[in-house]
Each structure stands twice: as structure tokens, then as C-alpha cells.
Design a protein around this ligand. Structure first.
Ligand SMILES: *Cc1c(COP(=O)(O)O)cnc(C)c1O
Length: 360
């Protein structure tokens, strides 16, 4: 497959780009899509017909398995343009491995690595005008797979669609968030699908998150499903706690998604000699640290926002506010990681991936 993948791709370009009709200053996250999309079908036991075509609706039957049994997984990635106009991705190999890991857990066939990269590279080259230079401008990349067999028998689908859509994003200044620690609901359970980027994981957290929002909080920090004593993650982000100068984050498990940003924060911390502990941390420890003043920071880490500082957490009806320290780790990691993403700084980790137009 690796020798002739380019020739297997069918490419239908738009007659006229829509890029000049878009106001890039007022984009709302995930609402505008670029000119092209990628589509590939799994039929008769193999992935076939990799195609790039103009972004458009897809027509499907109401009996499609994904609607009834939720076999769907996705990824979230970004593409960046540096000041010279070169386009980059950040650790895309990680997302490629992860979407297949997620797929496997949902009984979805794995998607070939070569096609994954070919699809992303080609799309980003075709739609490169949609990626604007400058900090905060990115194209968000959404690869996803869903069950397309038109049948409502409760069994794994024998047909799937792998697609990639691209959405230009402008990240605005986002204020720090207040979070509530989960005491009743759970996002994931041992032996479940919490470690997969499964669509249904999100559906399950919307209701408890709405309850938190009604009380004035923006997000929930999920705890383990049996005791609600261990701090786990923040729904769309992994979560870090800074006690004195030590950074603490929970180890990944069945219930915690193995985030690329989380991994990158740990690697940067190790590189910078910032003490970092990957271990379980209890709500009790957090509350005690908040009370004695040793809790300096909490922040979420995920592709969409990179680092999201937390300004207060609530537990058992009590709010614990946090004052942002002068030497904020959140600020440091955000800058360090985005500088690598936008090719503004050295990348000692080898994380940047050059999207190469020369191949096409
Ligand atoms: C995607 C996601 C994250 C963050 O992962 P990144 O690879 O850093 O974007 C964290 N938790 C959950 C539940 C997620 O779905």
C-alpha cells in the first residue's frame, strides 16, 4: 500500500474557494468549515475509495447503525502556520495511533496509517489559505469514524466511514474557569470506554456538566466512579495540580484519556527540571493543600485550548478560590508548547510535523 497511495486518492477540488467570504476575526469555534473534506469507506472487509471532495452534506439512511448504537470515535488536532507560511502539525503520530486504539475498543476496524497521513497532508495543502498566520489562528482538524451499515440489529456494523473535516479557529482570550468536583456522576468506569475518544463519552457528560453550569461553574473535574475520592480529568482535558512547586497529574487508566497535551506538559516539565509526579491524587489532599496554601495552581491540558487555568474549585458545597501565582506554570507551559507549535522556538522533542506541499 505504501508505494502507490497517492494514485489511490481521488481528488475533486472546489471550483471556487469560499475562503474570501469568511470573516476570520469573528469565528465561533467549530462552526465554519474549509473548502474540502476527506471521505473513505469500509466495505466488504476493507477501506476503499479514499476521496477528497468539496465540503458538503452526506446523505444517509435513518437505520444507520451509528444513530442507534453509537459506534463512533474521533480525534482533535490542529494545524499551524508559521511567519514564513509553512504549515505544521503537532505530534500527529500520536493521534493516528490513538484513533485506532479508540476504534479497536468500539469494535471498529483500524484505519491505515499511510492513508491517515496522506489525507491530512493533502487536505491541509489544498486548504492552506484557511490557515492564517499569527498566534491563536489555527485550523482545527477533526478526523472521525462512524458505523454506516443501514441495519438496526444490535451488532457491530460491517460498514464504516472515515472522514476528516477542517475548521478554522481563532482563539480569543479565554478567562480562567471555575470547576466543580464530581461527587455523584461519573464520566467513565473501569473496563469501560473512558480511555477511548468515543463520541458517547461526551454525550454522557453533557447533563452533569449542565447541572454544574446552572450553578455557575464551567466544568466538572471527574473523580473515580467507585469512591469519588480520586481526581481524574476534566472532560475534554486532562488535569494538573501544582502543590508548592510540584506538578501532579493522575496516571492514565481505563477511565482517563491519554492526552497528547498531557504527555507534552509532562515531557516539558521533565526537560525543565520542574518536579512532576504522575500519581493518584485525592480530593482530600487537594482540599488540605487549598486550606494550608500549598495549592498554587490547577489547570486543564488539551488540544483545543492547550492550557486552561482554573480560578476556583468547588467541593461539598464549598468554593476554594485560587490566586494566580506570578511564576504561573500554566502560563509557562502554554507559551512553551505554542512556541513549538508555531515554529517560533527550537523543538528539542521532535514534535513538529512539517506539512509538505512538495509531494503533491
Ligand atoms: C481529547 C481529550 C483530552 C485531551 O487530549 P489531547 O490529546 O491533549 O487533545 C482529554 N480528555 C478527554 C476525555 C478527551 O476526549
Amino acid at each position: 500500500m505504501s508505494t502507490d497511495i497517492s494514485t489511490q486518492f481521488v481528488i475533486e477540488k472546489v471550483k471556487k474557494s469560499r475562503v474570501s467570504t469568511v470573516d476570520f476575526e469573528t469565528l465561533t469555534f467549530g462552526t465554519v468549515f474549509t473548502d474540502h473534506m476527506f471521505e473513505c469507506d469500509y466495505i466488504d472487509g476493507e477501506w476503499k475509495n479514499p476521496t477528497i471532495r468539496p465540503y458538503q452534506p452526506i446523505m444517509v439512511e435513518p437505520s444507520l447503525k451509528v444513530f442507534h448504537y453509537g459506534q463512533a470515535v474521533f480525534e482533535g488536532m490542529k494545524a499551524y502556520k508559521d511567519d514564513e507560511g509553512q504549515v505544521w502539525m503537532f505530534r500527529p503520530d500520536q493521534n493516528q495511533v490513538r484513533i485506532n486504539k479508540s476504534a479497536k475498543r468500539l469494535a471498529i476496524p483500524e484505519f491505515p496509517k499511510e492513508w491517515f497521513f496522506e489525507a491530512l497532508n493533502r487536505l491541509l495543502v489544498l486548504d492552506k489559505e484557511w490557515i492564517k498566520k499569527g498566534d491563536g489562528n489555527v485550523v482545527y482538524i477533526r478526523p472521525f469514524i462512524f458505523a454506516t451499515q443501514p441495519e438496526i440489529l444490535a451488532s457491530p456494523s460491517n460498514q464504516y466511514k472515515f472522514m476528516v473535516i477542517l475548521s478554522p479557529v481563532k482563539s480569543y482570550f479565554r478567562s480562567d474557569v471555575s470547576v466543580v468536583i464530581a461527587e455523584h456522576y461519573s464520566r467513565a468506569a473501569d473496563g469501560g470506554v473512558g480511555a477511548a475518544k468515543a463520541a458517547g463519552n461526551y454525550a454522557g457528560q453533557f447533563y452533569p456538566t449542565n447541572l454544574a453550569k446552572e450553578k455557575g461553574y464551567q466544568q466538572v473535574i471527574w473523580t473515580d466512579d467507585t469512591t469519588h475520592q480520586y481526581l481524574e480529568e476534566a472532560g475534554t482535558m486532562n488535569v494538573f495540580f501544582r502543590i508548592n512547586d510540584t506538578l501532579i497529574t493522575a496516571p492514565t487508566s481505563d477511565r482517563i484519556l491519554d492526552g497528547v497535551t498531557r504527555k507534552s506538559v509532562i515531557a516539558v516539565a521533565e526537560h525543565e527540571n520542574i518536579p512532576v509526579e504522575v500519581r493518584r491524587i485525592t480530593v482530600k489532599e487537594l482540599v488540605a493543600a487549598a486550606k494550608d496554601g500549598s495549592l498554587k495552581e490547577i489547570f486543564g491540558a488539551g488540544t483545543a485550548v492547550v492550557i486552561s487555568p482554573v480560578k476556583s474549585f468547588s467541593y461539598d458545597g464549598i468554593d476554594y478560590p485560587l490566586e494566580k501565582p506570578k511564576d504561573s506554570y500554566a502560563t509557562f507551559f502554554k507559551k512553551r508548547i505554542t512556541d513549538i507549535q508555531y515554529n517560533r522556538e527550537e523543538d528539542p522533542f521532535g514534535w513538529r510535523y512539517k506539512v509538505n506541499a512538495d509531494n503533491y
